[in-house]
Write a new protein. Structure first.
Length: 117
């Protein structure tokens, strides 16, 4: 069960990144952003997309925990926890790993003076 949950967190972060930032989905994002209203706001916000991505992933992977004993309550609660943990994973990737692997920082004096632990 924990492995499914961990996979759901990672998949949610992955799908959010693909939908919000990838070049492959840019034409779709541009078309959706051309529509005024809810869809435009949804795809302008990675945090918002991750909520819906988490619901989709939880429906597919089904790492639903018996939190209150009612499936129609447990599913959204699990999805919200997956969403939140995927945001932490995203922040770690953005702030630590991307900066660590970014070539602008690899050879700079800033990188040498502050090591990442």
């Amino acid at each position: 069960m924990f492995f499914k949950f961990l996979c759901a967190v990672i998949l949610t972060e992955l799908l959010t990144e693909l939908l919000v930032k990838s070049v492959i989905f840019k034409p779709i994002r541009d078309r959706i952003k051309g529509i005024n209203g809810w869809f435009k706001e949804l795809f302008s916000c990675g945090y918002c997309v991750s909520v819906w991505a988490a619901f989709g992933v939880v429906l597919l992977v089904q790492p639903v925990y018996n939190l209150v004993g009612t499936p129609w309550v447990d599913l959204p609660l699990t999805a919200l926890v997956v969403h939140r943990l995927s945001n932490y994973l995203h922040n770690f990737n953005d702030k630590i790993l991307d900066k660590y692997y970014d070539t602008r920082f690899v050879n700079s004096e800033h990188n040498e003076s502050s090591e990442i632990s």
